[in-house]
Ligand binder design. Sequence first.
Ligand code: AMP
Length: 403
Amino acid sequence: MYILVLNSGSSSVKYQLVSIKDDSIATRGCVEKIGSKEAIHTYSAGEQGKLKEVHPISNHEEALSVIFRALTNPAHPVISDLKQIAAVGHRVVHGGAKFTETVVVTEEVIKDIRECIELGPLHNPHNLKGIDVCMRLLPGTPQLAVFDTAFHQTMPEHAYLYALPYVFYTRHRVRRYGFHGTSHRYITERTAAVLNKAQKNLNIVSCHLGNGSSICAVRGGKSVDTSMGFTPLEGLIMGTRSGDMDPAIIQYIMHKENYTIQEVDSLLNKQSGLLGISGATNDLRELFALAEKKDQRASLAIQMMVYRLKKYIASYMGVLNGEVDAVVFTAGIGENNAYVREQAVEGLEFMGIKIDKKKNRAAEGEADVATADSRVRILVIPTNEELLIAKDAAAYVRKRRGN
Ligand code: AMP
């Protein structure tokens, strides 16, 4: 039996089929350009290797029909029957304050996710489409919703509130929600396993550094603070997002450039961060290539990103009263970029964080890159959000079966 893990976006559906027996991936794939006559479905099909099909696909229902046909294609079946899908785990970005854990989808849950659309307008409507279509195409198969925000629901009020008039919280739900929760939770669970420590005794600073980045302070296995806020815009400097800045800049720019609120929104989310500073790219690998050629702005963008990251690591060390088992790096940049890891903790030896530069440069996969005498471990752990979604869904299936 398998779990289908689904991530439904506006014009794409990404999926993985994970075996309940041993967590192995039977196949993974993606339908892109939904809404076009030449939508592309790429997926792995056993010995056939990677396959690519082009179909006219006008909506999510057609996309999932294409996926289901491919999974059971007699020429190279991944599964013989859709009944082998024991449950579907859906990534849902915004669960508001309502969802603190993974839930089985019911009419009530759909209504609650719909109520979070105004908080997550870019993602929730598409996540809901995926749920709706699966409920129709796989009737009777349990659908689980796994929320990006759920892990952060343990944050205390003093960490999640903004110092705005309190009524904006009660009337409009304005507060910190945090994102990347599935990744930070996976990192917490994996770190506990790697350090052989019970999660309830584990304190870490989890750094998810990708095109979108966030950092999370975890005390006793639970999120107590995180850098993304009401939206994913707050916090670290990201590929195209500004992260923290003085909110007064917004009205100043609107006035000076005659910008609309939509233009400012796009400026801060899509044209800022590494891209905005470098004027060249949001991709860190390309920035390093430019910096090697003495591009000053590319170097500056990297320096700014790392400086902000170090500030957050140090401040979360304070949040956790210095009682930290590990600083953990994950996602595209965190897993692959030794320079960023090294610079982010440089000078933090006074906090008990000491990196072994040689080990750091040689790190591949899961690795401990701290010196032997470092009080705080420095870990690199590749994230795996899909696996966590599959595990949540598998746990539900087992519980339902009573084993
Ligand atoms: P993600 O959003 O997790 O896919 O991460 C994307 C970011 O990770 C981009 O800035 C990439 O340049 C960076 N990245 C991915 N792979 C590598 C690598 N092998 N070395 C350095 N940076 C990488």
